[in-house]
Design a protein around this ligand. Sequence first.
Ligand SMILES: Cc1cc2nc3c(=O)[nH]c(=O)nc-3n(C[C@H](O)[C@H](O)[C@H](O)COP(=O)(O)OP(=O)(O)OC[C@H]3O[C@@H](n4cnc5c(N)ncnc54)[C@H](O)[C@@H]3O)c2cc1C
Ligand code: FES
Length: 472
Amino acid sequence: MSDYRIQEHPILPAPSEAVVPFTWKGTAYRARKGDTITSALFANGVRIFGHHHKDGAPQGIFCANGQCAQCSVVANGLSVKSCMVRVTEGMTVEPLDGKAKLVDAAGDLRFHDVETVETECLVLGGGPAGLAAAIELGKAGVNVVLVDDKAALGGKLVLQTHKFFGSIEACHAGTRGLDIGKMLEAEVRSHPNVRVWTETTAVAVFSDRKVGVLRDGHYVLVRPQVLLVATGAREKSLVFKGNTLPGVYGAGAFQTLVNRDLVRPSERLFVVGGGNVGLIGSYHALQAGIQVVGLCEALDECGGYKVHKDKLVRMGVPIYTRHTVVSANGTEEVESVTIAQLDPAWKVIPGTEKTFKCDTLLVAVGLDPVDEFLKKAKEFGLPVVAAGDAEEIAEASAAIFTGKIRGTEIARRLGRDVGEVPAEWLRTAEVLKARPGAVITEEIPADETGVLIPSTSVPPLPGVTPATTCVP
Ligand SMILES: Cc1cc2nc3c(=O)[nH]c(=O)nc-3n(C[C@H](O)[C@H](O)[C@H](O)COP(=O)(O)OP(=O)(O)OC[C@H]3O[C@@H](n4cnc5c(N)ncnc54)[C@H](O)[C@@H]3O)c2cc1C
Ligand code: FES
């Protein structure tokens, strides 16, 4: 049994034994059933997946979400993104290392008899936005195909082990993100007019208004009357020395390994980015028994909710505001991280560098919408709308509402008698997308008699309780 698996988690059920044999560079290892190649390699202590053929730079993962290709390996003779492909019995896995000829083991890869599937609505992405839209479309009797490139539906909700807060009606307050994902999935699957294709990747939108998808190794064309793009977001990276060293990961990658696959990818972690993703990612690391040696944020204040930041401070994590990362240091993988203070012109102040011994640098500096299918569909005249992060980066509860709204709009457009989108939904979606107001520091008056001190410093937005997620 490897040391790199999390055997117990305060929230998640006990994982199964690793019983699936596979090889990495000829050495025999075992994976758990359902492990991606990435998780199986990490679980066995491997996080250098090869070396770049141009300069020999070591390669590992960055996003663990299918969005960067940094994790490419050769599995059973085919070049694949290791974070997206599950280990199968007897699989042989090798580094890519610039290999040109890969297909011997896979046989004839030409496309034969490509099937075209007709549907009223094709939903790309089974996160909160795509699922919420599919529920409204399902209720309205619209014929839907929903595709998602992961094995399990839920999108980023699958990684969210913490309970949501806000209002129960708008945001499933008190329920964990991963359970919200399961509830939405069950409702989607209760509609026979919604076909769900998991492990299916949309690869292109064509000028003849068909969408190409790869499903179970087969290429399929889908011709929808309307396309809904709910493909979520990809994490931004930063430019600094050593930013591709194995050990530099997006926060989502870290959450995927820890919260979805129960793998411990790190012993000592440094985090850059004090938004909610960085703060919550740090807390999830602490929950998994990983030491967080520090967090830096370029702004004067962390942008995430104060309640999350305070929790880290209470647990002894030093937070350096007005600091940025200068370098990730190491030869084959991260051994330390250097940060430095920024001047008012955002330039590093020489002499303020601080170096932290750690094996992992988590980059949590924001997200970009995955909207290339939206742009192509618009260009080619395919009726298209976007929901969730693909439309505008926000939080999961906002994604659910924009999904509901777009689903209803599409049903109307397709001639279903669903009525207008309720004004309340539109209002709630706007409130949920809004950023929290400035943090107000309450002064305690000298005479406290008859004075009620509020327990939160975030001013409430009109009408709806602010929605975000909380750490239990
Ligand atoms: C690391 C991280 C942590 C977060 N933590 C929180 C949090 O704690 N609380 C909170 O409220 N919000 C959080 N968010 C934000 C929240 O998760 C998102 O706003 C929300 O999940 C967006 O929903 P969505 O449906 O638009 O996209 P997603 O949930 O990202 O779902 C999109 C789905 O589309 C799939 N997909 C993408 N491309 C393709 C393709 N080509 N073919 C097929 N499928 C594809 C993806 O794999 C994914 O399953 C976090 C986001 C990130 C990145
Ligand atoms: S695609 Fe696998 S790490 Fe980014």
